[in-house]
Ligand binder design. Structure first.
Ligand SMILES: O=P(O)(O)OC[C@@H](O)[C@@H](O)c1c[nH]c2ccccc12
Length: 257
Protein backbone atom coordinates (compact mmCIF):
# COMPACT_ATOMS: atom_id res chain seq x y z
CA UNK A 1 0.00 0.00 0.00
CA UNK A 2 2.69 2.50 1.02
CA UNK A 3 4.62 1.76 -2.20
CA UNK A 4 1.51 2.43 -4.25
CA UNK A 5 0.86 5.72 -2.46
CA UNK A 6 4.46 6.80 -2.99
CA UNK A 7 4.21 6.01 -6.70
CA UNK A 8 1.11 8.23 -6.91
CA UNK A 9 2.94 11.00 -5.04
CA UNK A 10 5.84 10.88 -7.50
CA UNK A 11 3.38 11.39 -10.36
CA UNK A 12 1.71 14.26 -8.53
CA UNK A 13 5.05 15.91 -7.84
CA UNK A 14 5.98 15.78 -11.52
CA UNK A 15 3.01 18.03 -12.35
CA UNK A 16 2.93 20.05 -9.14
CA UNK A 17 2.04 23.71 -9.56
CA UNK A 18 2.70 25.82 -6.47
CA UNK A 19 -0.21 27.96 -5.31
CA UNK A 20 0.12 31.59 -4.25
CA UNK A 21 1.50 32.17 -0.77
CA UNK A 22 -1.43 32.23 1.66
CA UNK A 23 -1.32 35.04 4.20
CA UNK A 24 -1.69 33.45 7.62
CA UNK A 25 -0.66 33.74 11.25
CA UNK A 26 1.46 30.74 12.23
CA UNK A 27 1.17 28.81 15.50
CA UNK A 28 3.66 26.31 16.93
CA UNK A 29 2.55 22.70 17.25
CA UNK A 30 5.44 22.03 19.61
CA UNK A 31 4.33 24.80 21.95
CA UNK A 32 0.70 23.74 21.72
CA UNK A 33 1.65 20.20 22.82
CA UNK A 34 3.89 21.53 25.59
CA UNK A 35 1.09 23.80 26.89
CA UNK A 36 -1.61 21.20 26.29
CA UNK A 37 -5.16 21.88 27.48
CA UNK A 38 -5.55 18.53 29.25
CA UNK A 39 -3.42 15.71 30.66
CA UNK A 40 -2.52 14.72 27.11
CA UNK A 41 -2.42 17.01 24.07
CA UNK A 42 -4.99 16.44 21.35
CA UNK A 43 -4.31 16.74 17.64
CA UNK A 44 -7.78 16.29 16.13
CA UNK A 45 -7.87 15.13 12.53
CA UNK A 46 -10.07 16.32 9.67
CA UNK A 47 -10.47 13.08 7.72
CA UNK A 48 -13.15 12.21 5.19
CA UNK A 49 -12.00 8.75 4.14
CA UNK A 50 -9.15 6.28 4.38
CA UNK A 51 -7.97 3.27 2.36
CA UNK A 52 -8.81 0.93 5.23
CA UNK A 53 -12.24 2.32 6.17
CA UNK A 54 -13.51 3.91 2.95
CA UNK A 55 -15.70 6.97 3.47
CA UNK A 56 -15.89 7.75 7.22
CA UNK A 57 -18.06 10.87 7.02
CA UNK A 58 -20.28 11.28 3.93
CA UNK A 59 -21.52 14.72 5.06
CA UNK A 60 -17.97 15.95 5.31
CA UNK A 61 -17.53 19.66 6.06
CA UNK A 62 -13.85 20.30 6.81
CA UNK A 63 -14.22 23.90 8.01
CA UNK A 64 -17.14 23.16 10.32
CA UNK A 65 -15.26 20.18 11.75
CA UNK A 66 -12.11 22.23 12.34
CA UNK A 67 -14.05 25.01 14.06
CA UNK A 68 -15.78 22.38 16.22
CA UNK A 69 -12.41 20.89 17.18
CA UNK A 70 -11.12 24.26 18.31
CA UNK A 71 -14.32 24.96 20.27
CA UNK A 72 -14.06 21.52 21.85
CA UNK A 73 -10.57 22.35 23.14
CA UNK A 74 -8.31 20.52 20.71
CA UNK A 75 -4.69 21.67 20.96
CA UNK A 76 -4.07 21.36 17.22
CA UNK A 77 -5.67 20.16 14.02
CA UNK A 78 -4.39 17.64 11.48
CA UNK A 79 -5.77 17.79 7.95
CA UNK A 80 -5.46 15.01 5.40
CA UNK A 81 -4.58 16.60 2.07
CA UNK A 82 -3.99 13.46 0.00
CA UNK A 83 -6.60 13.35 -2.75
CA UNK A 84 -6.51 9.85 -4.12
CA UNK A 85 -6.48 7.70 -0.99
CA UNK A 86 -7.98 9.96 1.69
CA UNK A 87 -10.24 12.26 -0.37
CA UNK A 88 -8.45 15.28 1.06
CA UNK A 89 -7.35 18.55 -0.52
CA UNK A 90 -4.57 21.06 0.08
CA UNK A 91 -7.21 23.80 -0.16
CA UNK A 92 -8.70 22.60 3.12
CA UNK A 93 -5.60 23.83 4.97
CA UNK A 94 -5.81 27.33 3.51
CA UNK A 95 -9.51 27.53 4.28
CA UNK A 96 -9.22 26.12 7.79
CA UNK A 97 -6.35 28.51 8.60
CA UNK A 98 -8.77 31.41 8.02
CA UNK A 99 -11.08 30.10 10.71
CA UNK A 100 -9.02 28.77 13.62
CA UNK A 101 -6.20 30.04 15.86
CA UNK A 102 -4.56 26.74 16.79
CA UNK A 103 -1.77 25.01 14.82
CA UNK A 104 -2.75 23.16 11.65
CA UNK A 105 -0.67 20.22 10.49
CA UNK A 106 -0.62 18.92 6.94
CA UNK A 107 -1.06 15.15 6.84
CA UNK A 108 0.22 13.76 3.56
CA UNK A 109 3.10 11.76 2.17
CA UNK A 110 5.87 14.34 1.87
CA UNK A 111 8.88 13.01 0.00
CA UNK A 112 10.26 16.10 -1.78
CA UNK A 113 11.27 19.69 -1.16
CA UNK A 114 8.72 20.86 -3.73
CA UNK A 115 5.95 19.49 -1.49
CA UNK A 116 7.47 21.36 1.45
CA UNK A 117 7.39 24.60 -0.58
CA UNK A 118 3.75 23.78 -1.32
CA UNK A 119 3.05 23.15 2.37
CA UNK A 120 4.46 26.58 3.25
CA UNK A 121 2.44 28.23 0.48
CA UNK A 122 -0.88 26.75 1.61
CA UNK A 123 -0.28 28.20 5.08
CA UNK A 124 0.27 25.08 7.20
CA UNK A 125 2.07 25.37 10.55
CA UNK A 126 3.45 21.85 10.58
CA UNK A 127 3.61 18.69 8.49
CA UNK A 128 4.05 14.97 8.86
CA UNK A 129 7.16 13.08 7.72
CA UNK A 130 6.93 9.30 7.64
CA UNK A 131 9.88 6.99 8.23
CA UNK A 132 9.92 4.39 5.46
CA UNK A 133 8.81 6.71 2.65
CA UNK A 134 12.37 7.86 1.85
CA UNK A 135 15.76 6.78 3.26
CA UNK A 136 16.33 8.30 6.72
CA UNK A 137 19.18 10.55 5.57
CA UNK A 138 16.85 12.09 3.01
CA UNK A 139 14.15 12.39 5.63
CA UNK A 140 16.61 14.35 7.77
CA UNK A 141 17.25 16.73 4.87
CA UNK A 142 13.52 17.25 4.41
CA UNK A 143 13.16 17.80 8.15
CA UNK A 144 15.87 20.46 8.15
CA UNK A 145 14.52 22.10 5.01
CA UNK A 146 11.06 22.30 6.59
CA UNK A 147 12.36 23.93 9.79
CA UNK A 148 14.46 26.39 7.74
CA UNK A 149 11.23 27.39 6.05
CA UNK A 150 9.34 27.84 9.30
CA UNK A 151 7.46 24.54 9.23
CA UNK A 152 7.55 22.13 12.15
CA UNK A 153 7.56 18.37 11.60
CA UNK A 154 6.04 15.40 13.35
CA UNK A 155 8.15 12.40 12.38
CA UNK A 156 6.16 9.17 12.29
CA UNK A 157 7.35 5.63 12.88
CA UNK A 158 5.46 2.33 12.83
CA UNK A 159 7.87 -0.16 14.32
CA UNK A 160 10.56 -0.30 16.94
CA UNK A 161 13.24 -1.00 14.34
CA UNK A 162 12.22 2.13 12.44
CA UNK A 163 12.43 4.22 15.59
CA UNK A 164 15.90 2.84 16.38
CA UNK A 165 17.08 3.52 12.83
CA UNK A 166 15.70 7.03 13.00
CA UNK A 167 17.39 7.81 16.31
CA UNK A 168 20.71 6.58 14.90
CA UNK A 169 20.53 9.40 12.35
CA UNK A 170 18.73 12.23 14.18
CA UNK A 171 16.43 13.04 17.07
CA UNK A 172 13.29 14.87 15.93
CA UNK A 173 11.65 17.31 18.33
CA UNK A 174 8.33 15.55 17.83
CA UNK A 175 7.90 11.84 17.19
CA UNK A 176 4.65 10.16 16.20
CA UNK A 177 4.13 6.51 16.98
CA UNK A 178 1.55 5.12 14.59
CA UNK A 179 -0.45 2.32 16.17
CA UNK A 180 -1.63 1.24 12.72
CA UNK A 181 0.33 -1.37 10.87
CA UNK A 182 0.30 -0.05 7.31
CA UNK A 183 0.47 -3.56 5.85
CA UNK A 184 -2.41 -5.14 7.76
CA UNK A 185 -4.22 -1.89 8.74
CA UNK A 186 -4.69 -3.33 12.24
CA UNK A 187 -4.20 -0.96 15.14
CA UNK A 188 -2.71 -1.92 18.47
CA UNK A 189 -1.85 0.37 21.37
CA UNK A 190 0.93 -2.10 22.18
CA UNK A 191 2.95 -0.14 19.62
CA UNK A 192 2.82 2.94 21.83
CA UNK A 193 3.58 0.94 24.98
CA UNK A 194 6.58 -0.75 23.41
CA UNK A 195 8.07 2.24 21.64
CA UNK A 196 7.23 4.88 24.24
CA UNK A 197 10.04 3.48 26.36
CA UNK A 198 12.73 4.28 23.81
CA UNK A 199 11.60 7.75 22.79
CA UNK A 200 14.29 10.16 24.07
CA UNK A 201 13.19 12.37 26.95
CA UNK A 202 13.94 15.53 24.97
CA UNK A 203 11.40 14.65 22.24
CA UNK A 204 7.66 15.09 22.53
CA UNK A 205 5.78 11.99 21.51
CA UNK A 206 2.37 11.58 19.98
CA UNK A 207 0.43 8.33 19.86
CA UNK A 208 -1.41 8.08 16.54
CA UNK A 209 -4.37 6.03 15.25
CA UNK A 210 -6.83 3.61 16.78
CA UNK A 211 -7.58 5.77 19.85
CA UNK A 212 -11.31 5.33 20.33
CA UNK A 213 -12.21 5.55 24.03
CA UNK A 214 -11.20 7.37 27.20
CA UNK A 215 -9.58 4.08 28.34
CA UNK A 216 -7.39 4.21 25.25
CA UNK A 217 -6.40 7.76 26.16
CA UNK A 218 -5.42 6.60 29.66
CA UNK A 219 -3.45 3.69 28.21
CA UNK A 220 -1.26 5.87 26.00
CA UNK A 221 -0.92 8.50 28.71
CA UNK A 222 0.48 5.82 31.02
CA UNK A 223 2.89 4.86 28.23
CA UNK A 224 4.28 8.40 28.38
CA UNK A 225 2.55 10.03 25.41
CA UNK A 226 2.51 13.84 25.40
CA UNK A 227 -0.15 13.90 22.74
CA UNK A 228 -2.67 11.84 20.79
CA UNK A 229 -3.68 12.09 17.15
CA UNK A 230 -7.29 11.06 16.64
CA UNK A 231 -9.31 11.00 13.42
CA UNK A 232 -11.95 8.37 12.93
CA UNK A 233 -13.56 8.29 16.37
CA UNK A 234 -13.97 12.09 16.34
CA UNK A 235 -15.25 12.16 12.75
CA UNK A 236 -17.91 9.58 13.63
CA UNK A 237 -19.11 11.41 16.76
CA UNK A 238 -22.41 13.33 16.79
CA UNK A 239 -20.34 16.54 16.75
CA UNK A 240 -16.62 17.32 17.09
CA UNK A 241 -17.18 18.77 20.58
CA UNK A 242 -19.13 15.71 21.76
CA UNK A 243 -16.43 13.46 20.32
CA UNK A 244 -13.71 15.27 22.25
CA UNK A 245 -15.72 15.29 25.49
CA UNK A 246 -16.33 11.57 25.20
CA UNK A 247 -12.68 10.86 24.54
CA UNK A 248 -11.58 12.72 27.63
CA UNK A 249 -14.38 11.40 29.84
CA UNK A 250 -15.40 14.87 30.95
CA UNK A 251 -11.87 16.00 31.90
CA UNK A 252 -11.90 19.80 32.25
CA UNK A 253 -9.96 21.99 29.86
CA UNK A 254 -7.38 24.04 31.69
CA UNK A 255 -7.35 27.67 30.76
CA UNK A 256 -3.89 28.45 29.53
CA UNK A 257 -2.41 31.29 27.61
O1 LIG B 1 -8.42 7.69 12.30
P1 LIG B 1 -7.50 7.27 13.40
O2 LIG B 1 -7.41 5.78 13.59
O3 LIG B 1 -7.82 8.00 14.68
O4 LIG B 1 -6.02 7.74 12.95
C1 LIG B 1 -5.69 9.10 12.76
C2 LIG B 1 -4.27 9.21 12.17
O5 LIG B 1 -3.36 8.71 13.08
C3 LIG B 1 -4.17 8.48 10.82
O6 LIG B 1 -5.04 9.14 9.94
C4 LIG B 1 -2.75 8.48 10.25
C5 LIG B 1 -1.60 8.32 10.95
N1 LIG B 1 -0.53 8.37 10.13
C6 LIG B 1 -0.95 8.57 8.87
C7 LIG B 1 -0.24 8.73 7.70
C8 LIG B 1 -0.93 8.98 6.56
C9 LIG B 1 -2.32 9.02 6.57
C10 LIG B 1 -3.06 8.86 7.73
C11 LIG B 1 -2.37 8.64 8.91
Amino acid sequence: MLEQIIATKKEEISTLVLPEQAVVTNYSLYKALKNKNRSVGLIAEVKKASPSKGVIEPNFDPIKTAIGYEKGGADAISVLTDIQYFQGSRDYITEIKKHVSIPVMRKDFIISKAQIDETVRIGADAMLLIVGTVPIRELKELYEYAYQNGLECLVEVHAKEELEELLDVFTPKMIGINNRNLKTFKTSLEQTKEMGEIVPKESLFVSESGILTSEDVQTVLRAGANGILVGESLMRAASPEIGIQTLFGGEKVEANT
